[in-house]
Design a protein around this ligand. Structure first.
Ligand code: AKG
Ligand code: FE2
Length: 161
């Protein structure tokens, strides 16, 4: 087989003899999802293909087209390679997504914290409002009870007195 990119998995070391894929260095073990964005199609050969863990049996093939994006999970379940480019130049942008917290972007963390703060403030305001209603001189016709639902969101359950 003449290949531009040998068969591999993106986050583990593939052993085609056993079909196992070792999630250890030198593999980029923190990769969770892979994306390939193709930037041109004026070349010959260079199709992306997926195989079974034996690295031989081709299960799917994708022709790069300008603007085509291929996405797949990065593990041993997706061994893939690239056939030889026989004419022209093939341009592609490889992208990887990780859930690993140590690779989290600082801005992402900050935005998440800001949103969390805002949510907590809103909850506090709501709580104060409910308390002040309960303390009002007129006898309340309803008692508001707060219940924490599974997703952690606050639900108000009106309980008739
Ligand atoms: O260029 C492609 O189609 C595949 C590249 C790839 O598999 C990789 O960079 O890990
Ligand atoms: Fe890859």
């Amino acid at each position: 087989m003449d290949l531009s990119h040998p068969v591999h998995a993106d986050n583990c070391v593939l052993d085609p003899d056993t079909g196992e894929c070792w999630r250890e260095p030198p593999a980029y073990t923190y990769r969770d999802y892979s994306g390939l964005l193709y930037l041109n199609d004026d070349f010959k050969g260079g199709d992306l293909f997926f195989t079974q863990p034996n690295a031989l049996t081709v299960t799917a093939q994708v022709r790069p087209r300008c603007g085509r994006l291929v996405a797949f999970s990065s593990g041993g379940e997706n061994p893939h390679g690239v056939w030889a480019v026989t004419r022209g130049r093939r341009c592609a942008l490889a992208l990887w997504h990780t859930w690993a917290p140590e690779h989290r972007e600082q801005e992402w963390t900050e935005a998440k914290e800001l949103l969390q703060e805002e949510e907590e403030e809103e909850e506090e305001e709501e709580e104060e409002e409910i308390l002040s209603r309960d303390l009002s001189p007129e006898p309340p016709s309803h008692k508001l009870q707060r219940v924490q639902d599974k997703a952690g969101k606050l639900l108000r359950v009106r309980e008739e007195l």
